[in-house]
Design a protein around this ligand. Structure first.
Ligand SMILES: NC(=O)c1ccc[n+]([C@@H]2O[C@H](COP(=O)([O-])OP(=O)(O)OC[C@H]3O[C@@H](n4cnc5c(N)ncnc54)[C@H](OP(=O)(O)O)[C@@H]3O)[C@@H](O)[C@H]2O)c1
Length: 262
């Protein structure tokens, strides 16, 4: 698949991995980009930074069903069809489940999962009108490995993985590719708390995820050989992986505390 000339909708394109994806899209010859994010100022800045791009700026919360409906309606009105949908916006609130604020639990499900399901639903007729369409869903390494203190975040991301598999099979007759990306720790605002640690750059994660979509790869897994080994161990002998996780239980608990980017 080629990026050139595609009509793209991305959630959360104003910062982090999403913004780097916009950079890549522009490099690849995309000039119609719809972006959903809450911060109006940051949305406006996109137009100043990427001068040649015709942005459809949709200021709003992806947890608001009307915002998602409006996004699909505006795209239909302006472009008639959509080529690429990128479900990227995400939030995290970690810590022991019993200490998690109920609102943070609901919000993570609403933003990381429900919005992905609904926006995809609304975009399918628009994607079916494209000659060559694709969906890129941004999950997380925690969507493959269920880790302590990230039970809610990880559950939403595991659901995004399952949704991607289901939709890939459901949309196969319509020539709509579906790629699911699984970043590990990436240096963005979401990981502010861990600044200074070794992390992937958002530029790299954005470039590699989009490359995966263009190559119609089913999954793009970050974290190298070590992560692949962990995924295999978790699948084939979960008890063995339990022991590995238990070795640094307290450290994991401490580092999850106040890890919140909502
Ligand atoms: N960073 C990591 O280590 C990492 C690892 C694995 C997976 N991921 C996943 O990668 C994706 C991007 O993360 P990131 O690190 O780039 O995050 P980020 O730097 O915090 O940026 C999040 C983006 O999503 C938007 N957003 C957040 N909540 C929203 C809402 N309710 N409605 C609309 N837009 C919303 C933000 O814009 P506004 O605030 O203006 O709304 C922003 O543009 C997420 O799905 C995340 O779960 C990240």
């Amino acid at each position: 698949m080629q990026l050139e000339g595609k009509n793209v909708l991305i959630t959360g394109g104003t910062r982090g991995i999403g913004k780097c994806m916009i950079q890549e899209l522009v490099k690849g010859g995309v000039s119609n980009i719809a972006v959903i994010a809450r911060d109006k100022k940051k949305l406006k800045e996109l137009s100043l930074e990427f001068e040649g791009v015709k942005f459809l700026r949709i200021a709003g919360d992806v947890a608001d069903i009307e915002v998602l409906r409006e996004a699909a309606a505006r795209i239909e009105d302006k472009w008639g069809h959509l080529d690429l949908l990128i479900n990227n916006a995400g939030i995290v609130s970690a810590g022991p489940l019993e200490d998690l604020q109920d609102e943070d639990l609901y919000d993570q499900v609403a933003v990381n999962l429900t919005a992905v399901l609904l926006l995809t639903k609304y975009c399918i007729p628009l994607l079916k009108s494209s000659e060559e369409a694709g969906i890129l869903n941004i999950s997380s390494g925690l969507g493959l490995l269920g880790m302590p203190f990230y039970a809610v975040y990880g559950s939403t991301k595991a659901a995004v993985r399952q949704f991607s598999d289901s939709m890939r099979r459901e949309l196969a007759p319509f020539n709509i590719a579906v790629t699911c990306s699984f970043p590990t720790a990436t240096d963005t605002d979401m990981m502010q708390k861990f600044k200074g640690r070794e992390m992937d750059s958002p530029e790299y994660v954005a470039k590699r995820s989009l490359e995966g979509l263009m190559n119609k790869e089913l999954q793009v897994i970050f974290g190298g050989e070590e992560r692949i080994k962990e995924n295999v161990m978790n699948f084939e002998s979960p008890e063995e992986f339990d022991k590995k996780v238990a070795e640094n239980y307290e450290d994991r608990k401490q580092s999850s505390m106040n890890h919140k980017a909502i």
